[in-house]
Design a protein around this ligand. Structure first.
Ligand code: AMP
Length: 458
């Protein structure tokens, strides 16, 4: 029988051991026993451990030990960055850090969205050894020069599978791009799907993998479809969808702040409680809107892309794109707010004829023709033509042949439900030239392949 090691056997300093004794931790848990020596050796780590198995101490204890050896932190700098997917988890990690480090003189702080940024900026002014953050707010702080990463030694992604999934990946990508390439990376999670595992490995440098629970795959299910509708009919359609389907919790994305406010007022006239969060709102109003939405005091939360970046709402079944995003990638980001962690969700986009180009960009990016559904009473006068996925342009380009009259939309690719195909064909004909141009100019590469995400090589 192998006896479990003691905390002392890892060579942790007396100050840490004393703090652990105060918490009545007698022996390390399984994940701590495996993780602590690896972190102390400075290796990258991918650790699978279920929640509640002591993984926080598994990374915080060796981090505290390592911090004792480095340079003191400079103004606005951080030495360790711990990213967590929710405010609650960030706060919890912050409390653990305080407990374990209570006999040491390191500075740590927690930053997250939904509260005033200024007090957080003040706390960062003198620099902090350990910063625990949610990704959206961290990016805001970084954009405002409140936090700098030149001194960063260690990056931790807690709940790493969630951090690398659709809802967070863009933010994580943006953060990783501003971190020094030379750093230690620690990923902790209860589950790692195969895709996330592959992505995670591009972030890690010769990682050691440890597991104290069987690997699990989280199924994510987001039903996506679009509603072709005339622009003027969009507000009424949204209200009808909410009422007829009895949606109690809907996150609605709008293009502009003004548009979001206007739509809020419109929904209120239909007795649908709505609140908006966007860059023009005060922190207090944003935080109130978000907590009202979370507590189900309002049915609809209207958001612009910028304001929605930091939010993480559990059990959010509906996302509606009232306007399509102007950047196709944001579509993925937006719909990733629902269908998280194995829950089902649906993402519905209200698409008018003007948004044909945006729709084409999205369908190209996700390599899928989105299903269409016409809603009775809201059938568009100005139809939204079917977009097509295109093939790799042939090389070298052949000289143009005389134009063929025949319509090139293949009926087998028609995904619409009861759409008026004759009107559609007419419009599709008009759009044909435009589409052809677009097909070859979007990125000049293989249009069939979605961009493969990979982190910068370390
Ligand atoms: P975590 O998985 O980090 O959220 O920890 C789950 C719970 O286990 C927390 O209440 C910790 O305080 C506790 N815990 C962590 N490590 C130990 C340990 N070595 N001995 C006893 N309790 C622990």
């Amino acid at each position: 029988m192998t006896s479990s090691p003691s905390f002392q056997s890892f060579g942790l300093s007396v100050a840490i051991i004393k703090a652990l004794a105060d918490k009545a931790y007698k022996v390390p848990t399984a994940i701590q026993a495996k993780a602590i020596p690896i972190v102390l050796q400075g290796k990258d780590l991918m650790a699978i451990a279920q929640t509640g198995t002591g993984k926080t101490a598994g990374f915080v204890l060796p981090i505290l030990e390592k911090l004792g050896k480095g340079e003191p932190v400079r103004a606005n700098h951080v030495r360790v960055l711990i990213l967590a997917p929710s405010r609650e988890l960030a706060v919890q990690i912050g409390e653990n850090v305080n407990d374990y480090a209570k006999n040491l003189s390191f500075k740590s702080t927690v930053v997250y969205g939904g509260v005033k940024i200024n007090p957080q900026m003040m706390k960062l002014r003198r620099g902090v050894d350990i910063l625990i953050a949610t990704p959206g707010r961290l990016l805001d702080l970084h954009r405002q020069n409140a936090v700098k990463f030149k001194q960063l030694e260690i990056l931790v992604l807690d709940e790493a599978d969630r951090m690398l999934d659709l809802g967070f990946i863009d933010d994580i990508d943006a953060i990783i791009n501003v971190l020094p390439q030379q750093r230690q990376n620690l990923l902790f999670s209860a589950t790692f799907s195969d895709d996330i595992r592959k992505l995670a490995k591009t972030l890690l440098h010769q990682p050691v993998e440890i597991s104290v629970s069987p690997r699990n795959t989280t199924a994510t299910l987001v039903k996506q479809w679009i509603c072709p509708v005339d622009k003027k009919q969009k507000p009424a359609l949204l209200a009808a969808l909410i009422k007829n389907n009895n949606w109690q919790r809907v996150l609605v994305f709008c293009k502009t702040k003004k548009g979001a406010d206007k739509l809020c007022r419109y929904l209120e006239t239909k007795n649908i409680k709505a609140a908006a969060i966007h860059g023009d709102k005060s922190q207090g109003a944003r935080s109130r809107a978000l907590s009202d939405f979370k507590q189900q005091n309002v049915q609809v939360l209207m958001a612009t892309d910028i304001a929605a970046r930091g939010i993480d709402i559990n059990q959010l079944p509906q996302v509606v794109n009232f306007d399509l995003p102007t950047v196709a990638e944001n579509y993925i980001h937006r719909i990733g707010r629902t269908g998280r962690a194995g829950e089902t969700g649906q993402a519905i986009s209200l698409v008018c004829a003007d948004e044909f180009d945006l729709l084409t960009d999205i369908e190209h990016l996700i390599k899928t023709l989105l299903k269409r559904k016409l809603i009775n009473g809201f059938e568009p006068v100005y139809d939204v033509p079917e977009s097509r996925l295109w093939r790799k342009p042939k090389k070298p380009k052949k000289p143009k042949k005389p134009k063929q009259k025949k319509m090139s939309i293949d009926p087998s690719t028609d995904q619409s439900f009861g759409s008026n195909s004759s009107t559609q064909n007419e419009l599709a004909n008009k759009q044909q030239d435009h589409k052809n141009k677009k097909c070859t100019s979007t990125d000049g590469s293989d249009g069939m392949k979605p961009p493969k995400r990979k982190f910068k090589k370390i």
